[in-house]
Design a binder for this molecule. Structure first.
Ligand SMILES: C[S@@+](CC[C@H](N)C(=O)[O-])C[C@H]1O[C@@H](n2cnc3c(N)ncnc32)[C@H](O)[C@@H]1O
Length: 235
């Protein structure tokens, strides 16, 4: 196995095991610890901002979401997939961890939008086709370069409209906080949050026919990401 496929296997095992319990609690509504609450608040704030940018883009293009398709890459428990489907998008929700995909299927069923969502278990890199909207939240934060560049390249190639994603900005304090918080696989805690410099993000996205628009820091306690908006440029 290559380093990248080993890394993915490790993430799959984590998010299908301990990580599933940990993150599904954070993405749910049950009582959680103070530290996890800060992550929940930050994550909710990030998703709300992403939703606002999505709706601005829809309105600027004059398109009806019922005619558009979207990819939620690394969908986790399906919070954003559900929101996309509620707005009328046809959604492909993909996650490498089977428990996450199952949780997404359950969430969209409970929300009454299952008919608009296709749930797939697998690697983002294996997704075929193009989408009007591609979302990839809090997934790339787990990938160091060059795997980060490879995923960005693939997701950019899948985008024919809007690409929204988060990355972990280069901040040494962030790595220390996540190490202390222990939110990632024990064997690899110190390296699990992969900080990327903004110039590298711009270069990776720009190299694949997308124009980077807004980049907004979202901060709440242990939650530190930058939300990025990139738009396909007709050539
Ligand atoms: C921290 S969770 C974020 C979930 C969701 N995007 C959200 O923001 O609510 C990261 C997710 O990415 C998934 N993931 C990581 N690498 C992946 C890959 N190569 N292909 C598909 N899913 C992946 C994990 O299984 C996990 O569910």
């Amino acid at each position: 196995m290559t380093d990248v496929s080993q890394h993915k296997q490790q993430l799959r095992d984590y998010f299908d095991g301990d990580g599933f319990q940990r993150w599904s609690a954070i993405y749910g509504e049950a009582e959680v610890s103070r530290v996890r609450r800060t992550i929940r608040v930050g994550h909710n704030r990030m998703l709300a901002r992403a939703e606002a940018w999505l709706l601005e883009w829809v309105s600027a293009t004059g398109r009806d979401p019922h005619t558009l398709n979207a990819l939620d890459a690394g969908c986790g428990t399906g919070v954003f997939s559900t929101m996309l489907a509620q707005h009328g998008f046809s959604v492909t929700a993909v996650d490498i961890a089977p428990q996450m995909t199952a949780a997404t299927a359950e969430r969209v069923r409970a929300a009454g939008v299952a008919q608009r969502v296709t749930c797939l278990t697998g690697d983002i890199d294996a997704v075929a086709g193009t989408f009007d909207v591609v979302a990839c939240f809090d997934v790339l934060i787990h990938y160091p370069q060059p795997a980060f560049d490879q995923l960005i390249a693939h997701l950019a190639d899948c985008t024919r409209g809007l690409f929204l994603f988060t990355y972990a900005p280069y901040e040494p304090l962030l790595a220390a906080m996540h190490w202390i918080g222990g939110f990632f696989p024990r064997a690899n805690r110190r390296t699990e949050i992969q900080m990327i410099r903004e110039d590298d993000v711009r270069r990776a996205v720009g190299a694949h026919g997308l124009h980077v628009g807004r980049i907004e820091p979202i901060r709440s306690g242990f939650y530190h990401v930058n939300l990025v908006e990139a738009v396909h440029v007709e050539r």
